[in-house]
Design a binder for this molecule. Structure first.
Ligand SMILES: CC(C)(COP(=O)(O)OP(=O)(O)OC[C@H]1O[C@@H](n2cnc3c(N)ncnc32)[C@H](O)[C@@H]1OP(=O)(O)O)[C@@H](O)C(=O)NCCC(=O)NCCS
Length: 143
């Protein structure tokens, strides 16, 4: 990476920057409703962004009670910037901010790349945990 990568905590992100980033990874559920996306960012407990030369190239956001749980809801990096450590830098910052919180949780698809990414940062797939039987239950519209 030649240009300087800037990673920082933010309270808000311009709507056009958000739409551009989320569209780059084809997250249509968000981009079809820009107002809901703006609300989701504004009401997240923690938002960290990555920029290069002012351009938003990545973002992670999560929800937390700041005591017992941190839930990572989104992490995304523009395709042309992937596999260069940006996702790691974003998630490490989340983990540092919530290092005092015992339970860090996320849901992800059945894609080996995503599994490798989360495993590289210390997350364990509940399917592979043998010490205890752990099950995740969700209600997701449309499923
Ligand atoms: C998942 C995502 C955020 C990872 O960000 P990234 O900046 O590319 O990740 P990093 O460069 O920090 O990768 C760290 C490690 O994760 C693993 N990893 C990341 N992408 C991978 C891929 N495509 N295939 C295999 N392993 C991968 C590797 O172990 C990698 O280390 P290495 O490059 O030294 O081998 C990014 O691929 C992305 O935005 N994907 C689209 C959106 C998405 O699916 N988000 C997650 C939703 S649950």
């Amino acid at each position: 990476m030649n240009e300087a990568l800037e990673i920082r905590d933010v309270d808000s992100v311009a709507g056009s920057d958000l739409l551009d980033l989320y569209a780059s990874v084809e997250w249509g559920a968000y981009t079809k409703d820009p107002k809901a996306l703006a609300t989701a960012i504004a009401n997240s407990t923690y938002v960290v962004e990555a920029r290069v030369a002012g351009v938003l190239i990545g973002l992670a956001r999560g929800l937390s009670d700041d005591a017992s749980v941190f839930y990572l809801q989104d992490i995304l990096v523009r395709p042309e910037w992937q596999r260069q450590g940006v996702g790691t830098a974003l998630l490490q910052r989340c983990l540092k901010r919530f290092s005092h919180v015992r339970q860090k949780v996320l849901l992800t698809d059945d894609l080996p790349a995503q599994h490798e990414f989360y495993e590289s940062l210390g997350f364990r797939n509940t399917r592979h945990i043998t010490e205890v039987e752990l099950h995740a239950f969700v209600q997701i519209e449309g499923l």
